[in-house]
Design a protein around this ligand. Structure first.
Ligand SMILES: Nc1ncnc2c1ncn2[C@@H]1O[C@H](COP(=O)(O)OP(=O)(O)OP(=O)(O)O)[C@@H](O)[C@H]1O
Length: 255
């Protein structure tokens, strides 16, 4: 079988006295949508942060394409092609949508005599607008700071940014939480489109209908450990809920 794109084993992470992850495993193959599910506090966001360079694990190993990696910073995960939409969004409130979209990747046009590039604001605004419109997010202003946008619009900007830049994997932590019905459907369509383009998606969600609708596989965390994994086509919503709550125990064999 092909080497997994991401293979994390025995990941441990504590915050003071709180053991957020207690030997969690996670794997992801190229071109699949994996839903990472679990009850509140199971450790989903912590695992996503570790796999995208936001937090450092206290223990365990992570391999990308079979090679051990240690992501010391978000930029290191990004250069491995991994992007994230965080639950707390992590947009810069004072910047415009385009300022957020191109933060750290600003487009330049040649300055006088071809020397000293200057910011190509027109291009950055246009590309941001186009990416947001593909998601059905209409922005009245491309210059006003994102602090003036609605929660759903901010979420749209964050999702559009991640899927635009991701080359290998995009982690989406509750990407539809602030969205209405129509935008939620567009995000789910976008997840399929991203997958079909060969980029893997890790979807963290409490919404079992979204999980069933869009994922290829499901990995279940409980109390900081992976307790089950399923092919979505052969599992019911009841079984997923049972695995999350501990009512159903699975010997780790599938996936
Ligand atoms: N920065 C932090 N400082 C202290 N404790 C934290 C921190 N981040 C997470 N935790 C704790 O780690 C545990 C796992 O949290 P995490 O956010 O990863 O869970 P989750 O599965 O994403 O939960 P939810 O579905 O509620 O978002 C929780 O007990 C949480 O309180």
């Amino acid at each position: 079988m092909a080497v997994p794109l991401i293979d994390a084993r025995g990941i441990v992470k504590s915050y003071g006295q709180v053991e957020a992850l207690r030997g969690a495993d996670f794997s992801l193959r190229a071109g699949e949508v994996v839903a990472l599910i679990g009850d509140n506090g199971a450790g989903k966001s912590t695992l996503a942060k570790i796999l995208s360079g936001v937090e450092r694990a206290d223990g365990g190993t992570i391999e990308v394409d079979g090679e051990p990696v240690v992501f010391g910073a978000v930029e290191e995960a990004r250069s491995a092609g991994i992007e994230t939409v965080h639950q707390d969004l992590a947009l810069c409130a004072d910047l415009s949508p385009a300022g957020n979209f191109f933060l750290g990747r600003e487009r330049l046009k040649p300055g006088l005599l071809g020397l000293f590039g200057v910011l190509d604001n027109a291009v950055m605004r246009r590309e941001t607008q186009e990416a947001c419109e593909r998601l059905g997010v209409r922005l009245a202003s491309q210059t006003a700071p994102v602090s003036g946008l609605s929660g759903g619009q901010r979420q749209g900007v964050a999702v559009a940014r991640a899927v635009t830049w991701a080359r290998r994997v995009v982690f989406m932590d509750e990407p539809t939480a602030a969205l209405g019905v129509v935008q939620t459907r567009r995000v789910l369509d976008l997840i399929r489109t991203v997958r079909d383009s060969g980029v893997s998606v890790v979807l963290i969600s409490h919404n079992m209908r979204d999980v069933m609708a869009v994922s290829d596989r499901v990995e279940v965390l409980r109390l900081g450990r992976r307790v089950a994994r399923f092919a979505t086509a052969s599992v019911s919503m009841e079984e997923l809920v049972g695995a999350m709550t501990g009512a159903i125990e699975q010997q780790e064999s599938q996936g």
